[in-house]
Design a protein around this ligand. Structure first.
Ligand SMILES: Nc1ncnc2c1ncn2[C@@H]1O[C@H](COP(=O)(O)OP(=O)(O)OP(=O)(O)O)[C@@H](O)[C@H]1O
Ligand SMILES: [Mg+2]
Length: 261
């Protein structure tokens, strides 16, 4: 498989206490597949994505991309976070060019930046500064910057979490188009059920305390996905029930903990 996550465990240790965050995460992603990781807050989604990015380490297990063991960040993985994290003193174009400069000449980097800004429909904003853009536009710059490096996989951690609902819906259409155009492998973290149904080929549902995979759902619905169809509503309901069980579990644990204090 293209991206292999093999029996990954992650613990954090603090004051002799061990916190199991991820327990036996074992899955894989095919080349070109759009996979969402869906789960309640604190279940370890960002931790898992950070490990794939090479920003964090496994306690045991391993991750391989195209056969190669992942140990640290690399240009084969592009990352997009909830906040666009652009350089405020650089123009939109220069933000995209900056990471490319280590790889190619200035002229080549400029050409590449133009190409990807066109893809995210921001050619007209190339000379603007980040603070002059809306949140959705800033996220599009971040996506262009990540894709311009031509990574093997695009890792996205709640990239639209800070956007209003209308902008978010527009970004879904944009991202789906970009994905269809580039055929990139995408690993997308979200806690929105509808977002995961809208975008993914497959939804990996995580449970919490500790973080484990509780379901792996193939989404067979035709694209663009519609939320007024019986099958979509049914899937939404099914996932909602799975997550509700997890959230109820956390609430029960919290109540028991509080009662023992
Ligand atoms: N550096 C760290 N040190 C100790 N514990 C950590 C660290 N990073 C994360 N954790 C713990 O790991 C668990 C999972 O955190 P993580 O951020 O991966 O969750 P998440 O699923 O991304 O949540 P959210 O949906 O709120 O973003 C949490 O209990 C958190 O407290
Ligand atoms: Mg997170």
């Amino acid at each position: 498989m293209f991206l292999e996550i093999n029996h990954v465990n992650k613990q954090y240790k603090k004051d002799k206490q061990t916190n199991d965050v991820l327990v036996d995460i074992d899955t894989s992603v095919a080349e070109g597949e759009f996979v969402s990781i869906l789960g309640p807050s604190g279940c370890g989604k960002s931790t898992l994505l950070s490990i794939v990015a090479g920003l964090d380490q496994v306690t045991s297990g391993e991750i391989r991309l195209d056969g190669k063991l992942i140990k640290k960040p690399g240009k084969d993985r592009g990352m997009v976070f909830q906040q666009a994290a652009l350089f405020p003193w650089l123009t939109v174009e220069d933000n995209v060019i900056f990471p490319l400069r280590k790889e190619m000449t200035k002229k080549e980097a400029q050409k590449r930046a133009q190409e990807y800004l066109q893809m995210v429909q921001l050619s007209n904003s190339a000379k603007q500064y980040p603070h002059e853009l809306s949140g959705g536009m800033q996220q599009r710059v971040a996506i262009a910057r990540a894709l311009a490096m031509n990574p093997k996989v695009l890792l996205m951690d709640e990239p639209f979490g800070a956007l209003d609902e209308q902008t978010r819906a527009r970004m879904h259409v944009e991202l789906e188009r970009i994905w269809l155009e580039t055929k990139k492998t995408i690993l997308f973290v979200t806690h929105s059920i509808s977002e995961s149904i809208k975008l993914s080929d497959r939804i990996i549902v995580m449970g919490t305390r500790p973080g484990t995979i509780i379901a792996d759902i193939q989404v067979e619905l035709p694209r663009p996905r519609r939320f007024d169809q019986k099958e979509t509503i049914q899937l939404e309901k099914q996932i909602n029930q799975l997550l509700k069980k997890e959230i109820d579990k956390v609430v029960e644990e919290e109540l028991a903990y509080a009662a023992n204090q």
